[in-house]
Design a protein around this ligand. Sequence first.
Ligand code: XIL
Length: 302
Amino acid sequence: ATTLGASAAESGRYFGAAVAAHKLSDSVYTGILNSEFTSVTPENEMKLDATEPTQGQFTYTSADRIVAHAAARGMKVRGHTLAWHSQQPGWMQSMEGAPLRSAMLNHVTQVATHYRGKIDSWDVVNEAFADGDGGGRRDSNLQRTGNDWIEAAFRAARAADPGAKLCYNDYNTDDWTHAKTQAVYRLVQDFKTRGVPIDCVGFQSHFNPASPVPSNYQTTLENFAALGVDVQITELDIEGSGSAQASNYDRVTRACLAVARCNGITVWGIRDTDSWRASGTPLLFDGSGNKKAAYTSVLAAL
Ligand code: XIL
């Protein structure tokens, strides 16, 4: 096939992009989105500060625009994200303890209910584990409400939208030997053993020279999949250019294709100029919307 989405569909996968609602009026941007991609992830519009800027008052206008755009074109939607230490509204940042726990669960319930039936996969919890060698949880106001906060969030999400796949999503979990990877693996294993609802694990996969695609990336995907969850590459971008960048994109794409339960890849933006990275050229299209060597290598690998 001649597009990312159609090629991924040949093996039953989706190929998605992070999308910003305010760019949907840019015809170059939307032209590429509509022709190449079969899934969208709102880049910021479903985060806690966007959907509940004032406690108990929910605003869905921007996220709804992205969901409507996707629905009109048969694209899947990855919901991102229901519970996270970052991009919390001010009122939540200053909360702790039992009131924060209830506010977090109410947020999960309200947002997942609003989008019930419209979300393929939800990043229920994002980035809850610490970096470094400790293999522990990240300290945050949510973590301080009790170690079971992740489980509570997943149960609330399942109750609100039983049809959505529920994912745990994180970064620096690509190297199988890394303590953070092992810690997330044990969480998923524990959830599966105890029947806590979890259906998928998202690997953000933001790669750069300091944090390259690890040689055991496919092994990591395989080992998580063997726990009985889907694995998804959720925020892919790779710094670099030319053939070196293309070969890294090729490796990531082939790793997913080699794992039956790796059912989709999402890149974190469309053109290099859409990237959240302040500098660099980490995506598949250049600033003018032209296909890069990285695009060609992904298309060939799919
Ligand atoms: C980023 C967005 O791309 C930026 O626009 C925003 O300013 C900050 O967040 N991990 C995640 C994403 O899970 O939500 C982040 O998105 C990138 C890192």
